[in-house]
Ligand binder design. Structure first.
Ligand SMILES: [Ca+2]
Ligand SMILES: [Ca+2]
Length: 288
């Protein structure tokens, strides 16, 4: 009697001997097998995703951080430089009659830069070979007085004007997109001027970017980790762009390519949740 009860209980709870032909009583074992298969598949997917993600996306820190000086003292020196250059060009002054301090000033600031806000200057640069044909953004702040915060400000080669995202909160997920023609020279360095650098107060009161995710043709490419400084922050990258450049006709027929910069994390401003980027610009190959 006891043995029969045990067998019935075993049947009821799915512990039927494996050698017995399968029927509906086998279901608990099938469910267990199915569960194991599902777990194995999910684990494989997660593992694959981690490997793929790890291979595709680089976590980059700046290879240099060159601090910028927009203080009143620096502005006064630039103004003195402008005055000296104007006297030199009009013949009122020559190099030998300048004091060593004046000569030092001209050597420090050069003559290719238009003013203190000029990023690239009129000399030879990667921009002689072109640059992005368009800069767009997912949002931007409405103009305030004579200031605007349009996406083009992120690439006007001028430190004074900034792009500021226009959504409420800290703009996580907001994006800037740079479009390049197929013939654009290749990029080996992305340089970011973080925050609204036109003044110390504008920088501190507005928010800055801590991490930017870069997409190449909409595919994740790298994460840039930015320092909280008024500076040019340079990130070296493997050449981005078209490398087959000898056949110009063929190159021209290739599609445009894009670099997208997405805000991932921020340094919070003292007053505003407006996140600013004064400039993202480039250096690279294929020029001269
Ligand atoms: Ca700018
Ligand atoms: Ca905002």
């Amino acid at each position: 009697m006891h043995a029969l009860v045990s067998l019935n209980l075993a049947r009821k709870y799915g512990q039927y001997p494996f050698s017995t032909p399968c029927n509906h009583r086998c279901q608990p074992f099938e469910i267990q097998t199915s569960y194991m298969k599902t777990t194995t598949i999910i684990t494989a997917i997660i593992f694959h995703t981690l490997i793929t993600y790890g291979q595709e996306i680089k976590n980059l820190h700046p290879t240099y951080v060159n601090v910028l000086d927009f203080s009143d003292k620096a502005k006064s020196e630039w103004s003195h430089r402008d005055n000296l250059l104007s006297q030199l060009s009009s013949g009122k002054l020559d190099w030998d009659s300048m004091t060593s301090k004046e000569q030092g000033l001209l050597e420090k600031y050069g003559e290719v830069y238009e003013d203190i806000w000029d990023i690239v200057g009129g000399g030879c640069s990667w921009y002689c070979g072109g640059g992005p044909i368009k800069v767009s953004a997912s949002s931007w702040l409405k103009p305030q007085g004579s200031n605007n915060y349009d996406p083009k400000n992120a690439h006007d080669l001028n430190y004074k004007n900034a792009w500021i995202e226009g959504v409420s909160g800290y703009g996580i997920g907001e994006q800037l997109t740079y479009t390049f023609s197929a013939t654009a020279p290749r990029i080996t360095e992305i340089i970011v001027v973080n925050g609204y650098v036109k003044s110390e107060a504008a920088y501190r009161n507005n928010s800055r970017v801590k991490q930017i995710k870069v997409y190449l043709n909409d595919k994740p490419y790298a994460i840039l980790n930015l320092e909280d400084k008024i500076a040019n922050q340079g990130f070296k990258v493997e050449p981005i762009g078209n490398s087959e450049r000898k056949d110009l006709d063929n190159l021209k027929n290739k599609p445009n390519w894009t670099l997208k910069f997405e805000i991932l994390d921020v340094y919070k401003g003292l007053k505003y949740d407006d996140v600013a980027i004064s400039e993202i610009y480039f250096d690279g190959l294929d020029v001269h």
